[in-house]
Every structure is written in structure tokens, then in C-alpha cells.
Design a protein around this ligand. Structure first.
Ligand code: ADP
Ligand code: MG
Length: 343
């Protein structure tokens, strides 16, 4: 018999979300922004809005318990949610934690997980205000919902970038991906010979980038002190290329980004070369750095250019000029997102 069903891979993650939600309309005037940004925006008062976002981490998909200490997992789960609030230029204030666990986890393991959650709550000054606990037949599923606050006139959406704006990133990129490569390599070595100790020497920085990423909760204040209001912003969870494409598509603009400008730590580059990978490709397509990508008006160039937290990597062009990556030789290549493919 002919199969009339449609494979999810045909639509992809974003196609699927769009397809499933296309008939939903917002009937509450308090819904200022629904699906499509790093967080939803809900009207609160004349000047303030609430921000809401949720993210799920699944054992075997987002992490392997062979090399992810539960304490780190708890920390990371909070950090990646806080990151989505930072991407709206807001401040995270509360979280809820929903947990599905199988009986293979003793209470002590879950205590460790919650130690990590607690440490992140302390770091980001967020309150754990609820959640849900159920059983799971296959491994650990952790869903965190984060609530944040922002001044309405400071909220940055993905769709505000204008032609001639400058593209800026925080921190450095590709490290989390290279950390994952090292951990995966050692996992394979361990599987084939459990008596061999993992060789993680010299990889502290990139492993920390993978296992204990930090949300850029500091950026909101830095920008405020510099008196810079970004025109658009998104967090870099799936790789720079994919996030640039989201930001440009939603803003209906094009861009030029320059390979030589992409900030990559020397430790990331060296490890990439060790693995026969191009460091720029790791920054463009490796995920989980949780840095911020934003655009600013050209008049803010001096304020941002001299600040060590930021790197200007390109500029915004007209939509019809397309989204381009200028390689080390100066050739313009159309930017394609490899990023993380869930389906
Ligand atoms: P991010 O990369 O910032 O975590 P996602 O890529 O997960 O964002 O999601 C993009 C947008 O789609 C967000 O606004 C998110 O809330 C929404 N979304 C994701 N999955 C669903 C779903 N199953 N139903 C409704 N909205 C969804
Ligand atoms: Mg995001």
C-alpha cells in the first residue's frame, strides 16, 4: 500500500514548526511577540514586558552521560535558557524545571543535577519556581522554561537589522564544537578499551565551552553603559551561519561577513587543525557557543570596535544582495547553514 504520510525530514525543524503553527492566531492583546524569536514577549505594564522561552535537553541527542557530569548538565540547561532571554536584551528572573527520569538514576545522581541547576540559579540570579517530575523509559529528559523581564524600548528582536548596520559577535566561536569533538574522540577510545584514561590534557578551555557554557548575561549592561541599543539580536546556539541567516531572513536584509574577522580562540584553532578541520567552518557550523550575534547602527562603531567583548564581523546589505561570506582569499561565497539538524 502507498504510504501517504510525510517524513518530518522533508520539512526540517523550522519548516515543521511553521507548518504546525500556521493556523494559530493571537487573540490576547498581551501577546506582543509569539513564535519566531529567541523568546516570546508578553505585555506587563506601560514600560515593561515579560519574556518566556523553553528548551529541552535529551540524553543521547543533546548530551551523553558518558562524559557529561550531571552537575554540568544542570548548569548548562539553565544557561542555555538564560541565553535566549539575553538574546532579547532582557534579564532572566525565574525558571521552571521539568524532569523525566528512568529508574536507573539514583537520588544521588539527581541531587548532582540539582547542584548544577542551583549553581546556575546563583550565577544568573534566577529563582527556581516550579516544574514537573515524571518517569521516562529511555534516559533523561530535562525541559527548562525561563521567564525574564525587559524594558519594552530595550527589547531586541531578530527582525530589526537595517541596511548598513554592522554585525557584531561577543566572545569567541567554535570552542564548544571542538570540545565536543575531543570528548567524542575520548568516548570512542574508552569504548574500545575502558582501561585507557581519557586524554583531555590541554583542552580545558574548549571542554569547558562544551560542558559548562555561560549565557552572556553581562552584555545587556555593557551595552547599556556604552549607550548602544542593538537593532537586532539572536543567541548563537546552532552555529554562526545558521543564526546569521535567521537574523537576515527575519530582518529582510542581506549581509557580508568576513572570514578573517570571525573571533576564534587559538586553542580552538589548534585543536581544529589537529582534527583536520577548518577553524572557520567550526565557528560557522559548530553549535552551542551561546555567544550573542547582534547588529548596531554604524554611528555606534567606535563604542563597539574598541570594546574587548565585541568583534565586528561584517555589515548588513540590501536583501537582494544576498547573504555572503568573504573567505580568506577575498572570494564571496553564499552562506549556507549546516548547523544542527534535528531531523
Ligand atoms: P531557539 O533556537 O532560540 O531555541 P527554536 O529554534 O527552538 O529557538 O524555536 C524557534 C521558534 O519556534 C521559537 O519562537 C519557539 O518558541 C518556537 N517553537 C519551537 N517549537 C515549537 C512548537 N513545537 N510549537 C510551537 N512553537 C514552537
Ligand atoms: Mg535562541
Amino acid at each position: 500500500m502507498e504510504d501517504k504520510t510525510t517524513g518530518i525530514e522533508k520539512l526540517g525543524e523550522f519548516g515543521l514548526i511553521q507548518h504546525l503553527t500556521k493556523d494559530f492566531q493571537y487573540s490576547n492583546p498581551t501577546t506582543l511577540k509569539g513564535i519566531g524569536d529567541d523568546a516570546a514577549v508578553i505585555d506587563k505594564s506601560e514600560n515593561e514586558a515579560l519574556l518566556v522561552s523553553t528548551d529541552t535537553l535529551i540524553e543521547g541527542i543533546h548530551f551523553s552521560l558518558m562524559y557529561t557530569p550531571l552537575k554540568h548538565l544542570g548548569y548548562k540547561a539553565v544557561a542555555v535558557n538564560v541565553s535566549d532571554i539575553c538574546a532579547m536584551n532582557g534579564k532572566a528572573t525565574q525558571i521552571t524545571v521539568s524532569l523525566a527520569v528512568s529508574s536507573k538514576f539514583p537520588v544521588e545522581a539527581l541531587e548532582e543535577l540539582y547542584e548544577g541547576i542551583k549553581a546556575a540559579c546563583d550565577t544568573y540570579q534566577v529563582d527556581l519556581i516550579g516544574g514537573d517530575t515524571t518517569s521516562s523509559i529511555s534516559g533523561l529528559v530535562l525541559t527548562i522554561t525561563v521567564i525574564g523581564h525587559a524594558q519594552k524600548d530595550e527589547i531586541t528582536y531578530r527582525n530589526g537589522a537595517k541596511e548598513y548596520d554592522l554585525l557584531v559577535v561577543t566572545g569567541d566561536l567554535g570552542g564548544a564544537y571542538m570540545g565536543l569533538q575531543v570528548l567524542e574522540r575520548e568516548k570512542e577510545v574508552f569504548k574500545s578499551n575502558p582501561s585507557i584514561q581519557p586524554d583531555l590534557d590541554g583542552h580545558d578551555y574548549i571542554i569547558q565551552r562544551q560542558l559548562k557554557p555561560e549565557a552572556r548575561a553581562d552584555v545587556n549592561k555593557i551595552l547599556k553603559d556604552l549607550e548602544v541599543q542593538p537593532t537586532a539580536m539572536i543567541d548563537i546556539s546552532d552555529g554562526l551561519a545558521s543564526e546569521i541567516i535567521h537574523l537576515c531572513t527575519q530582518s529582510k536584509v542581506g549581509c557580508h561577513i568576513y572570514d578573517e574577522k570571525i573571533p576564534i580562540d587559538a586553542k580552538t584553532s589548534l585543536t581544529a587543525l589537529d582534527f583536520n578541520l577548518d577553524p572557520s567552518t567550526c565557528a560557522l557550523n559548530g553549535g552551542e557557543d551561546y555567544e550573542l550575534l547582534f547588529t548596531i547602527n554604524q554611528s555606534d562603531f567606535d563604542k563597539i570596535n574598541t570594546n574587548p567583548n565585541f568583534t565586528i564581523i561584517g555589515h548588513i546589505t540590501h536583501e537582494k544582495d544576498g547573504i555572503y561570506y568573504i573567505d580568506k582569499q577575498g572570494s564571496a561565497l553564499e552562506l549556507k547553514a549546516q548547523g544542527w539538524r534535528h531531523f
